[in-house]
Write a protein that binds this ligand. Structure first.
Ligand code: THU
Length: 146
C-alpha cells in the first residue's frame, strides 16, 4: 500500500495547531498512517511540571492503542516549530526527528504488527525519510519478552 506523503504531512501540520505548548512554544504534530487506510494524529501536550510533557508522537500512539489498534503502522509524519499565522508549526531548517522515548513508543506498535514504518521528518525545505529501524536500531521490544 502506498501512503500519500503530502497528505500525511498535511495531517501532521493540522494536528500541530492543537498543540498545548505554552512553556516551550515549540508546537509539534504527528500523523500515523495504517494499512487499513486510516490516519491518526496527535500534538504535544505540555505541563506546568515541565518534565511531564507528552510528545506528539506518543500522544498519537496512545490514542490509537486506546482505540484497540495493535499493528498496521506503515508511516509517520512529524512536523515541529513555532506556530505561524494559521497556528500550525513552521519547521526550521533541521527536520524534527522523534525523540528517543517516542522512537521506543513507536517501536512497540510497529513490532506488534510486524512493520517497519517510514518516518517522514519535516524541515523547512526538505523531508528527511528514515525507517524506524534506522532511528532505533537493535530495538528492545515485545519480541524480547517472549
Ligand atoms: N516534542 C515532540 O512532541 N516530539 C518530539 O519528537 C520532540 C519534542 C515536544 C516536546 C515538548 O513539548 C516540545 O516538543 C519541546 O521539546
Amino acid at each position: 500500500m502506498t501512503i500519500d506523503q503530502a497528505a500525511l504531512i498535511a495531517a501532521a501540520r493540522e494536528a500541530s495547531t492543537r498543540a498545548y505548548a505554552p512553556y516551550s512554544g515549540f508546537h509539534v504534530g504527528a500523523a500515523l498512517a495504517f494499512a487499513d487506510g486510516s490516519v491518526a494524529t496527535g500534538a504535544n501536550v505540555e505541563n506546568a511540571s515541565y518534565g511531564l510533557a507528552l510528545c506528539a508522537e506518543t500522544s498519537a500512539v496512545a490514542q490509537v492503542m486506546n482505540a484497540g489498534v495493535r499493528g498496521g503502522l506503515l508511516a509517520v509524519a512529524v512536523i515541529g516549530g513555532t506556530p505561524g499565522e494559521d497556528g500550525a508549526a513552521t519547521p526550521g531548517a533541521a527536520p524534527v526527528t522523534p525523540c528517543g522515548r517516542c522512537r521506543q513508543v513507536l517501536n512497540e506498535l510497529a513490532q506488534l504488527g510486524g512493520t517497519d514504518p517510514v518516518i517522514w521528518c519535516v524541515g523547512e525545505r526538505s523531508v528527511l525519510e528514515l525507517r524506524l529501524s534506522a532511528l532505533l536500531p537493535h530495538a528492545f521490544g515485545p519480541a524480547n519478552l517472549g
